[in-house]
Design a protein around this ligand. Sequence first.
Ligand SMILES: Cc1cc2nc3c(=O)[nH]c(=O)nc-3n(C[C@H](O)[C@H](O)[C@H](O)COP(=O)(O)OP(=O)(O)OC[C@H]3O[C@@H](n4cnc5c(N)ncnc54)[C@H](O)[C@@H]3O)c2cc1C
Length: 413
Amino acid sequence: MQNKVLVVVGGGAAGFFCAINAAAANPQLNVIILEKSNKLLLKVRISGGGRCNVTHACFDIAQLIKKYPRGGNFLKKAFHHFSPKDTIKWFADRGVLLKEEADGRMFPVSNDSSSIVECLVHEANHYGVEILLQQEVQQLIRQGDKWIVSTAVKEFNADYVCIACGGYSRPAMFQWLTAVGHSIEAPVPSLFTFNVKSHPITTLMGVSVPDVQVRIIGSKLVERGPVLITHWGFSGPAILRLSAWGARELSMIQWNFKILINWIPVYNENTLRDFIQQFRFEKATQKMINRNPFNLPQRLWEFLLQESGIDGEIRWADLPSKEQNKLILHCCSHPFDVKGKTTFKDEFVTAGGIKLTEIDPETMMSRLVPNLFFAGEIMDVDGITGGFNFQHAWTSGFLAAKKIAALSASVVI
Ligand SMILES: Cc1cc2nc3c(=O)[nH]c(=O)nc-3n(C[C@H](O)[C@H](O)[C@H](O)COP(=O)(O)OP(=O)(O)OC[C@H]3O[C@@H](n4cnc5c(N)ncnc54)[C@H](O)[C@@H]3O)c2cc1C
């Protein structure tokens, strides 16, 4: 009897992980990766500034799923089967050690993504995975109990198909997948920075503030963390997280919205007023420009004084109450009109994709058509920055592989 065939569509992180683990678990299975470009594992190579942020040192599943604006609940069960700990072990067992950075992101100790790329390519070769480049899959047809997978140049017969083709940015790109019966959540960009291009704050480009609260007016979206002022607006972890959580809501308003920034979120307007009353009494003779009580970057402090109409040369004792009120507002509720977005260092993730209600979270198998699997970003799952997107690619690729290996092993004679 002929060996069973698995065709994996896409030579990225999820596709490789599925192919390798399926081939390793069932040596009788013929595994083929079809990749449309002439490059393998491109995003693994360029991610994390060329270091590859493989996963995140978040080992509590309840906490881990909170890092996924879409798909967290879906991944809950999946992470019980393959979690960041398993990723670390999987690579360590193959000689690639990962290290944790202060913020929890994990990279290969080599600080070089080629360690990950070489490991995956080596494992694929070791288990005899066939890799074909410049094979863009255009059609999937179910014929009897087989799949016919067609590219522009060739047709492949497969018993199992795993779709690991990454995120698609336009609904039309999903056509070959919707044709087999699946439906999608419309794709929208996630992980972007906010434009306030003409605002004078952009003169402070390069200033980074470690602890800021940013609230999007008219929504429940609020994040706290580092913010970087750029020549076009705001970037940094707090902004990227807001962009991820608000991806769908913000796309509906064409990325035009208002934000309120609290530059010193340990205070609100009332507690800051109390603090300033006390401070101006204690430091009465000191010049406001010299005595920045909040440890804010000096350029930002000067900007806030200026925006509040305060001459920095005056003494704290001489601060008029009208200007004091303005300063409190600018410190705690500084309003900005965001007009548009900018892609973050070419790093972006697509929110949207194959609807999760149509996929079994424990096996990544289609609930609609037999022997069809999904892995990685093609599904309606996306995480915030920090290695969570790759973790989803490893987890879903592994679970699809496990099920395919089990199904194929049970039928091989
Ligand atoms: C610049 C950048 C940096 C990133 N950095 C990080 C990071 O540090 N940490 C993190 O967790 N995430 C990061 N991400 C996100 C992460 O790279 C993705 O979530 C992850 O690569 C998804 O893996 P995937 O295998 O699902 O898709 P991909 O890596 O996109 O792979 C899909 C593959 O399928 C191929 N393909 C598409 N359609 C077809 C078709 N019809 N036929 C055949 N092949 C097809 C594509 O050419 C591609 O090679 C980054 C993304 C970018 C763009």
